[in-house]
Structure formats: C-alpha cells, structure tokens
Design a binder for this molecule. Sequence first.
Ligand SMILES: C[S@@+](CC[C@H](N)C(=O)[O-])C[C@H]1O[C@@H](n2cnc3c(N)ncnc32)[C@H](O)[C@@H]1O
Length: 304
Amino acid sequence: MATRRVTTRGHDPSERVAEAENGHAKDGKARFDHIYNQPDPRPYFQTLEQFGYEIPAHGQAMFTLLVAKLLEEKRPEDLAVLDLCCSYGVNATLLNHDLTLDDLYQRYRSPELADLSSRELADDDARFYGSRRRRSPLPMLGIDTADQAVGYAARAGLLAVGSHENLETADPSESLRRCLAGVGLITVTGGIGYISERTFDRVLQATGGTPWVASFALRWVSYDPIASVLDKHGLVTETLATRTFPQRRFTDEAERAYVLAELARIGIDPAGKEAKGRYHAHFYLSRPAAHVKQLPLEELAAGL
Ligand SMILES: C[S@@+](CC[C@H](N)C(=O)[O-])C[C@H]1O[C@@H](n2cnc3c(N)ncnc32)[C@H](O)[C@@H]1O
C-alpha cells in the first residue's frame, strides 16, 4: 500500500471539486435525510442495509488499528474518542462492543424487536450492548445535528457524551467545549461533505493538543480544505494512495449514471470502483509530523 501527503495548498488536479458542490447535497445523489433523525435506529439500518452501506465496517477495522497504536501510550479510560456525524452511535458501537455491522443490521430488522416502542427498544438496546461491551471500553463522544439519533445513542449507553450542536454554523457551547478538551482521536464515516473545515476548526480549537483525525470521504469530495485547517492545528494529513473503500451501492440506474458523469466531469477514473456500482471513499489520517515520520500510514495500515 502506498501513501501520499495531502496537499494543503490548492487542489490535487485529479480531485478538482468546486467548493460550492463539495458536499453531499449533489442533485443526483440519493438523499437519506428522512432516516437520519427518527426516534430509533430501525429505519436507518433497514434502509441502508438495502444498499449495502458498509463504510462503518471499514471504519471499525481501521479505527481499531489506530486505537491499538494510541493505547501504547494511554490507558483506555484516558483515550476519549469523538465521532463526528455519529448518528445513532454506529462507530461507538463497533469500537466498544464485540459486534459487527452485520450484527447491527440483523438486530434492527429482527421480527422480535419490530413491535417495541422506541423507548422499549432503547431499554432493550441498553441491556444488549451492556452484555456485549468490551472489557476496557473507550469514552465515546458523539456530535450529530440529528438530536433524536444522538439522544437515542446516549440512552442506549453508547455515548458518554452526545451533542446535536451544529459546528458548521456556530462555536461549541461552553459545556461542549469542556467535554471536547483532551479528546485523543476523532473519527468520521459518511459525514465529510455534511461537515466541512468549519467543524474541524471549531473542534480542534476546543480539543486543544493534537488528536489524531481519521476520516473516510467519498472520492468526489476534496479533503484539501480540511487538511489545510488541520495543518494549521499542527496535523499532517496522509491518505492511502493505492486503496479505496467501498461505501454503498447506488440506489438505482439514475444515481449510477449521475455519479459516473460527475466523476468524468471532474476527472476521476471510475474503472474498477464506481463503474462496478458502488461509491468509493478515500481514508485520511492526520497526525503530528513526528508520528507520521515514526510510522507512516502505509505501515500502520499494513495489517488491514
Ligand atoms: C450518512 S450519515 C453517516 C452516519 C454514520 N457516521 C454512519 O456512517 O453510519 C450522515 C450523518 O451526518 C449528520 N449531519 C449532517 N449535517 C451535520 C452537521 N452539520 N453536523 C453534524 N452532523 C451532521 C446527519 O444527521 C447524519 O447522521
């Protein structure tokens, strides 16, 4: 696997994405906003399973490697992890429990849980996750503008701290700022584009120090503005140059045609990736320069 440094000035020509369209709200991309803020996670998992949404599973493998590395220097209870765009606590669940994404899909479509109210399901989830929690769980913090999703994750015991503050538009409140102080790892799956460099700038101001930042971002989203902001906070960004991660299947032929036309327009070759019917994401890791020098991402990720 090879890595490349992410440029912090100007855009890589192969990813020339105009700022104004550098997000998830592209005309031809299927929208799932209706499932993001429901009283419980059943519609979220049932809908995304249909399209083989798999990026949190890649996140689980990658974030687990990063956590193992960070735990060489810290005790688990001291390694606070912030998941941005945390939704119903998917990444928190996969990091702190003996469960896979497939287990979650199976659970939330199971007929035994179908008749429970959202409140009953949260109680059942709290018991279920309690029985699957790893021996030394990490303190998990989550931020997502979907207040019901974050509230559910906190009720089910998945997040120590959940916030629905929108850091795209405003600075964190004093209480959120206090919670963010000292965070050691920041994770994102499926959220880049919804959040931009604005959120990262505000989060990094609040965390202080130099947490590692680990993000998966669709190939048509430029990460350069985020890498620039992280650089300002003392973090060097690398990406795996030879490996991408499938995110989900296209919902239909119209979405496929749209994505392929968009990629052609911005000069990204879809061969072997989107051309086979799935969105693909790059993985980006930002760390202090000394950590990059000591163990480049390519070596760190060799165990994947
Ligand atoms: C595709 S989902 C990804 C959820 C989860 N990380 C996963 O991979 O399953 C995108 C999430 O971004 C959230 N979101 C959208 N705008 C946001 C913002 N400004 N700040 C934080 N979260 C936001 C949505 O509510 C939604 O939960």
